[in-house]
Ligand binder design. Structure first.
Ligand code: ADP
Ligand code: GLC
Length: 494
């Protein structure tokens, strides 16, 4: 007898969702994956902290329930509403004492992590466990899927509840978007988390004498995923494991790398309303207009015989941008131009500003991040540089490819999985999509830059590579299907 299973109910727990709150690629993923899972037949809801951007931006809000004061928050309400545009249902934890702070969701105005971050994100995880337990009378998830350390404690609270009741309650998936952000806190804070003391153990959430939210996810979730197959291998040991190689190896059988996709409704030069002119593989004149418009906007000389190289990035050590700083002389020396947008480490902001002053008309820098401008920069450039030291997945190189802007990347993590180098063999076999360098050092980076100039001079070959990249299918369908398969494996059948 065949039975039609009821749709899988999936709760995504995270701290950022585009367009309401975004500090990086995580927000793009949490915005795009749920609607795609809905197409796979899942019933998705989200749970986020009540940061001002969510409190003010979530639509059709109503109260689910009030909660007793906890984790230093005097007033806690679980609210429910809809994400703008996609209409994805979302719960948020309204706790003004913990979340009603302006600016960055994690750091204070001096860029320092808030001192009570352990409590702020404990409350998020604790609420996820309450929802898993059936706190909302009308909707109980089959799967709790948490993202990054911010959601890590959800898995400890769920496990603690399961120990208490002796019953498996819900299937759990933890996705690691970046091993380097671990949510580690001093040991004494453990007692403020309302968890069984036995969890503060090497076989648990203790990590070199500290409490680690990331390790909690690794340890207590049924399945762990990361955002590219190569990164899933890299985190087993060495530098990329960030000290967690032991637990990664322990969870090997339950660890899988699922490549992120691109939200092609947002990132598509054929339909993008944010760019000067639309274009597509068979009609590329729009890209020329975008390039000219970008040069005008950024105060660059309007030239087209040499490539425009761009960077759109957080300025963090991960991104390897010192290689770009070192490479600007070579790019400008060869007649190329450089457009940089982003913010973060002060020395990088200063270094890029310095080059803008040194090479007016050839180098343009915008410190800060502007989503609309990001689209214009990708559309108007010829090469997007992503020389990251490590990169769990990386989205900007995929945005580049789809906009006909060839990615120049360090061959690591998701960059290795999404860019095929313009080596002679790859060109001959019609596989090349960009420029990869092997060694994380300047000579290796510079030789990739030279290869970009060389290919640009052979416009027929350049256009072939460009069009191949634009035709790549980076959509979310395949990845969403893989998540849905994973959910089915771990669904708890009553
Ligand atoms: P990461 O998440 O490590 O920053 P990704 O390539 O996965 O890298 O995602 C970057 C996303 O964040 C893209 O949508 C990009 O446009 C955006 N972005 C780039 N730089 C910044 C920045 N300085 N601030 C906020 N978002 C940024
Ligand atoms: C993290 C990673 C980045 C990844 C993004 C979305 O920010 O640094 O590589 O693309 O998460 O998964």
């Amino acid at each position: 007898m065949s039975q039609n299973p009821s749709p899988l109910r999936v709760l995504h727990v995270c701290s950022e969702v585009f367009p309401l709150l975004k500090t990086g690629g995580l927000a793009d993923v949490t915005a795009a994956l749920p609607p795609e899972l809905e197409k796979q037949g899942c019933e998705v809801r989200m749970l986020v902290p009540g940061f001002p951007a969510f409190v003010n931006g979530i639509e059709d809000q109503h109260l689910v329930t009030e909660l007793p004061s906890r984790f230093g928050a005097r007033k806690i309400r679980l609210m429910y509403g809809k994400m703008p545009k996609t209409g994805v249902p979302v719960y948020y934890v309204d706790a003004p004492d913990l979340y009603d702070r302006p600016g960055n969701p994690y750091n204070d105005s001096d860029g320092q992590p808030y001192r009570d971050n352990h409590l702020r994100f404990a409350l998020l995880g604790w609420c996820a466990a309450r929802l898993a337990e059936g706190f909302d009378y009308f909707w109980k998830p089959d799967i709790v899927h948490g993202h990054d350390w911010h959601a890590g404690l959800a898995f400890a609270y769920i496990k603690a509840l399961e120990w208490h009741t002796g019953k498996r309650m819900v299937g759990t998936v933890f996705t690691v978007h970046n091993m380097a952000y671990q949510g580690n806190f001093p040991a004494y804070m453990f007692s403020e988390l309302d968890l069984p003391f036995s969890m503060f153990n090497a076989d648990g959430i203790e990590f070199y004498g500290q409490v680690s939210f990331l390790k909690s996810g690794f340890y207590y979730a049924d399945k762990v995923t990361t955002v590219s197959p190569t990164y899933a291998r890299e985190i087993r040991d060495g530098e990329q494991s960030c000290g967690l190689g032991g637990v990664v190896q322990q969870r090997q059988a339950d660890l899988v790398g699922i490549l992120n996709g691109v939200d092609t409704a947002t990132w598509n030069p054929r339909t993008d309303k944010r760019i000067e002119a639309n274009y597509h593989v068979r009609s590329m004149t729009g890209k020329k207009k975008c390039r000219l418009a970008l040069q005008k906007e950024m105060g660059l000389v309007e030239q087209n015989d040499k490539p425009v190289f761009c960077v759109v990035s957080r300025f963090a050590a991960q991104k390897g941008l010192h290689l770009v700083v070192d490479g600007i002389n070579a790019i400008v020396g060869n007649g190329g131009q450089v457009v940089v947008m982003g913010n973060g480490e002060r020395w990088l902001e200063d270094a890029f500003r310095h080059f803008e002053q040194t090479f007016p008309g050839q180098v343009a820098v915008r410190i800060g991040y502007d989503e609309d401008r990001a689209h214009r920069v990708f559309a108007g450039s010829d090469v997007v540089m992503v020389p990251s030291r490590y990169e769990p997945c990386g989205l900007v190189q995929m945005y580049g490819s789809l906009y006909g802007t060839l990615p120049l990347v360090h061959r690591v993590g998701g960059l290795a999985d999404t860019v095929v180098d313009c080596s002679l063999e790859n060109l001959a076999e019609n596989r090349a999509t960009g420029f990869c360098f092997e060694h994380f050092d300047y000579p290796s980076f510079e030789s990739a830059v030279h290869r970009a100039f060389a290919l640009f001079d052979k416009q027929t070959d350049w256009k072939k590579v460009q069009k191949r990249g634009m035709k790549l299918s980076f959509g979310w369908e395949n990845s969403a299907e893989r998540y849905a398969q994973l959910y089915r494996l771990i669904r708890v059948v009553a």
